[in-house]
Design a protein around this ligand. Structure first.
Ligand code: TYM
Length: 340
């Protein structure tokens, strides 16, 4: 799997990624994924979508899901995705995804799906709702990626196993039925691929965390962001240095590095002789500045629902057309009957 920015190709390569509409995006979503999506638009053919079918694995009120989907779509635009350059759509508006997911579920083995860390984590945290969708989630995700013949999939480190699974399924399908899919590669940012909780720095920062001090939402006000960083859990030492056992400081250094582009060594020298207080304030301020235009753009876009819905419709039509090419091949290969 690639860890470097793929070099700009002559003929545009295809980038695809998705995000679930399960709450306001966190700084982890932003640094691990969405910020990089925006930066790739110039050099690649980019497809980005809201993974609302995936979000059905968690049961919430229908009206809440609908609101979160519109909000998530708006956040993608606010984070810099440009509908003139990228194809942006909602997964459930494009019917090919569910069908591809089913065909690939039939090529996925019980054993390999049972080994998925995300399935094991989610089913141990919510033993009252271990639904079949949670189990076959990786097959649907493989369909999302393979339908568009993606070259690169920019995601955070928590999605590595799902990407390996996608490559395994694609290889198996190609071998069994004949060459159909391109094998996609993950693309992970150098800094920010795993942003941790500010209160429990051994767990990842997550949209669904119930402790508001643990996560930075991309729509938080600057004052709130600075305050949350001031309260971030660190350790009893005083040196700003990246090393084992300093999970809280390592996380803050990762965030600072992802935003400023500074190396860990440069950050250590910058804060030599300062206490953690100064460092936390600097991280808080740089994050607040980075997210200020995102929040402002979100507020502005949210006022124009007809515009947002027209983009959704446009995106869905185009995505259906593109993905239908691969789905037609899949149907043919597995032997679904096609009347003349
Ligand atoms: P989701 O919605 O959980 O997260 C969206 C993106 O944010 C990244 N991410 C993080 N990166 C760094 N630090 C964190 N703390 C952090 N938390 C989340 C995730 O790695 C992801 O890139 N299964 C996917 C959605 C999906 C998808 C796809 C992605 C569905 N189909 C096809 C790519 C291609 C998910 O649940 O992402």
């Amino acid at each position: 799997m690639s860890e470097q920015t793929p070099s700009a190709p002559e003929q545009k390569k295809i980038i695809l990624s998705g995000i679930q509409p399960t709450g306001i995006f966190t700084l982890g979503n932003y640094l691990g994924a969405v910020k990089n999506w925006g930066q790739m638009q110039q050099d690649y053919q980019c497809y980005y979508f809201i993974a609302d079918l995936h979000s059905l694995t968690v049961h919430i009120e229908a009206s809440k899901r609908r609101a979160q989907t519109l909000q998530a779509f708006t956040q993608l635009l606010a984070c810099g995705l440009d509908p003139e350059k990228s194809l942006i759509f909602v997964q459930s508006h494009v019917r090919t995804h569910a069908e591809a997911g089913w065909i690939l579920a039939c090529c996925s083995q019980f054993g390999e799906l049972s080994r998925m860390t995300q399935f094991k984590d989610k089913s141990s945290k919510h033993p009252d709702n271990i639904n079949a969708g949670l189990f076959t989630y990786p097959s649907l995700m493989a369909g999302d990626i393979l339908l568009y013949q993606a070259d690169y999939v920019p995601v955070g480190a928590d999605q590595t196993q799902h990407l390996e699974f996608t490559r395994d399924i694609a290889t198996r399908f190609n071998h069994t039925y004949g060459e159909t899919f391109k094998l996609p590669e993950g693309y992970f940012p150098k800094a920010g691929a795993r942003v941790m909780s500010l209160q429990e720095p051994t767990s990842k920062m997550s949209k669904s965390d119930t402790n508001p001090n643990a996560t930075i939402s991309i729509l938080d006000e600057p004052g709130v962001i600075v305050k949350k960083f001031k309260r971030a859990v660190t350790d009893s030492e005083t040196e700003v240095a990246f090393r084992e056992g300093k999970d809280g400081i390592n996380n803050l250094m990762t965030i600072y590095s992802a935003i400023t582009g500074k190396t860990f060594e440069a950050i250590t020298s910058e804060f030599a002789g300062h206490g953690y207080g100064d460092f936390k304030a600097a991280v808080g301020e740089c994050v607040a500045e980075e997210l200020r235009p995102v929040r402002e753009k979100f507020d502005e876009l949210s006022k124009d629902r007809p515009y947002l819905e027209s983009l959704m419709k446009q995106g869905a039509e185009q995505a259906e057309r593109i993905s239908l090419r691969t789905l037609s091949k899949m149907r043919k290969r597995v032997g679904l009957y096609l009347p003349k």
